[in-house]
Design a protein around this ligand. Structure first.
Ligand code: CO
Ligand code: ZN
Length: 329
């Protein structure tokens, strides 16, 4: 599991450029699924099992894309200016390294730096070591992601892109472990979540599920200085009551709480003031889909050093497998 997570998090896959992540996932799961297809936007839509008399068609979605940057222009000296692909905060950019699809690395800096002030996103440029526009290897439209090496910290793991390769890992492990389910489970590895839940929107339309579950990270607020203290490391997977895109369907959440109790694992009820996940898009598909999220508390979300707790991840897999194995009442 550790090796797979390292591979998943290391893969390059900003929104709209998920093919390397998709190839890796497909290679990993192709013997464990009954069918798959890749849709026009690039979503990997799989099927595991068939719908029995008491079963449902369930879509389980984890997004493959990661936040990134895109070059807006390269100046005459060879500095590449950037804009955001997804929820990149200017605060988290300063002095970080980024890497482009061809392996070119660069350092992020900003012009007009005033002491004590965070530069606006349009002030940031990437220095790839080029000495002119002509010799700069990156050009307008090239996407980049953070450099953030995978680190095994014992009980915890740190890397770029735990958001949402950890969701991809949970889906992969659950689909490998799932046996004898009454449900038709559509594991979807979605694209373009970070730019507005776009892949989940089109994939949910074609899957036409009766229940939607997203797998994603959520904000772990157990570090110093945070006012809300409702989610912490080591207290089990989180079940979504609310975020900016979704109110978790109450009867579905009750079914998830029951599954956690049957599996003998702890869980946390998650309330977020904002943000969103694929479940928000799934819930508004066609005439509406009861939806919720199994999330993993993550520290330092949308930085190059996102951190998760190993026991939370293992229990999220257990919760999902238990939920998908039994009839839902
Ligand atoms: Co995110
Ligand atoms: Zn995410």
């Amino acid at each position: 599991m550790k090796e797979l997570l390292e591979k998943l998090t290391s893969a390059f896959g900003p929104s709209g450029y998920e093919s390397r992540v998709r190839d890796l996932i497909l290679e990993t799961i192709k013997n464990d699924i009954d069918e798959y297809r890749i849709d026009a936007l690039g979503n990997l839509i799989t099927r595991k099992g068939t719908r029995k008399a008491n079963g449902k068609r369930i879509m389980v979605s984890a997004h493959m894309d990661e936040i990134g940057l895109m070059v807006t222009h390269v100046d005459e000296q060879g500095f590449a200016y950037v804009t955001n692909l997804g929820g990149v905060r200017p605060l988290n950019l300063m002095s970080n390294r980024v890497v482009f699809a061809d392996g070119t690395e660069g350092m992020l800096c900003a012009r007009d730096m005033e002491p004590g002030k965070i530069p606006a996103l349009d002030q940031y440029f990437v220095d790839t070591g080029a000495s002119s526009r002509k010799s700069c290897k990156v050009k307008i439209g090239d996407p980049a992601v953070f450099v953030g090496r995978f680190v095994d910290m014992g009980d915890r793991r740190m890397s770029k892109t735990m958001d949402d390769r950890i969701g991809c890992l949970i889906a992969i492990e659950a689909l490998k472990a799932l046996k004898d389910s009454p449900h038709e489970v559509r594991f979807v590895f979605s694209v373009q979540e970070e730019v507005g839940l776009r892949g989940a929107k089109t994939s949910a339309y074609s899957v036409d599920p009766e229940i939607g579950i997203a797998l994603d990270v959520t904000l772990c607020n157990d570090t110093p200085g945070l006012t809300e203290r409702n989610l912490k490391f080591g207290a089990g997977p989180c079940i979504k009551a609310k975020d900016g895109s979704l109110v978790g369907t109450p009867w579905l959440n009750n079914a998830l709480y029951d599954a956690a109790e049957r599996a003998g694992i702890p869980y946390q009820v998650e309330v977020l003031r904002g943000a969103g996940t694929d479940a928000g898009a799934i819930s508004l598909t066609r005439s509406g889909v009861p939806s919720s999220v199994i999330s993993v508390a993550c520290r330092y979300v949308h930085t190059p050093s996102e951190m998760v707790d190993v026991s939370d991840v293992k229990q999220a897999i257990q919760l999902l497998v238990e939920f998908l194995s039994k009839e839902i009442k």
